[in-house]
Design a protein around this ligand. Structure first.
Ligand SMILES: [Zn+2]
Length: 252
């Protein structure tokens, strides 16, 4: 660490799925995987921005109890890696070996890539024919970078119940889900992962990171499309939010 990290200069920052790659001039790369509850927060004198799991540490005084790694830059700004549940990790790997990491060999295509058509989505998902569509969407070897929020939001948008088996979906549903995924991911990039102003609302608490959500964490509230009450169910082992009218349960 002393030799390859201390005093190093960052030459590039890349992202693949939920993994961030920070290339250093020492020939090493910091590989950062946020997993389910990880987040990165950059704090300088005049700016602060963060991304990842939307909890209060995004706006709290740092380091806090969830801080696992602190990187200090020469101008005395800091990058904090926080993770409440310790599933995320940071590794220092020779840059030449990054592509050989197990994770990169197995990870699926990026939904925002130009060549990601609805047919590609269909092909990838159909590798998991017998599982629920929600589980397939969250599987990083099927698709890269689709997390719990985006899965719930795009399934609502495409009017598909999360427990529907992938094999029972029609062409039109794959096509609608494809459009929904791209719309949801683009909106999240537009709204999230930016400055403090976006995170802190009038109460100084949670910010707009998930304010754009139409079903996620809105159980008990009205569906913005039909007015029915949004429900929270369990799918793929995760808390899952649906409109029971827009997303009828699969019959089987
Ligand atoms: Zn509805």
């Amino acid at each position: 660490v002393r030799r390859f990290l201390h005093g190093a200069t960052i030459i590039d920052v890349r992202r693949r799925a939920k993994v961030l790659l920070v290339d250093l001039d020492t020939g090493y790369t910091l590989v950062i995987h946020l997993k389910m509850t990880g987040q990165l927060v950059f704090v300088a004198e005049a700016v602060r921005f963060g991304a990842g799991h939307p909890n209060d540490s995004l706006v709290a005084r740092l380091p806090d109890r969830s801080t696992r790694v602190t990187i200090t830059f020469t101008d005395n700004s800091h990058l904090y890696f926080n993770d409440q549940r310790k599933f995320g990790w940071v590794r220092l790997v020779p840059s030449s070996q990054v592509a050989e990491l197990d994770f990169f060999k197995k990870v699926g295509p990026e939904p925002l890539a130009d060549d990601f058509t609805w047919r590609v989505l269909q092909d990838r998902l159909l590798r998991r024919k017998k599982t629920s569509i929600k589980a397939a969407l969250l599987d990083q070897t099927v698709l890269a970078g689709v997390g719990n929020i985006y899965a719930d939001e795009s399934l609502w948008d495409a009017r598909i119940h999360p427990l529907t088996k992938v094999g029972s979906l029609h062409n039109a549903q794959f096509s609608e889900l494809h459009a929904a995924l791209i719309a949801v991911l683009k909106l999240s990039i537009e709204k999230g992962g930016s400055t403090d102003r976006n995170y802190v609302n009038a109460e100084g608490k949670k910010g707009s990171y998930i304010d754009f959500a139409r079903v996620f964490r809105r159980e008990g509230k009205a569906c913005p499309r039909c007015g029915a009450t949004i429900e929270k169910i369990r799918a793929a082992g995760r808390g899952t939010h649906i409109c029971p009218v827009c997303q009828p349960a699969p019959s089987e």
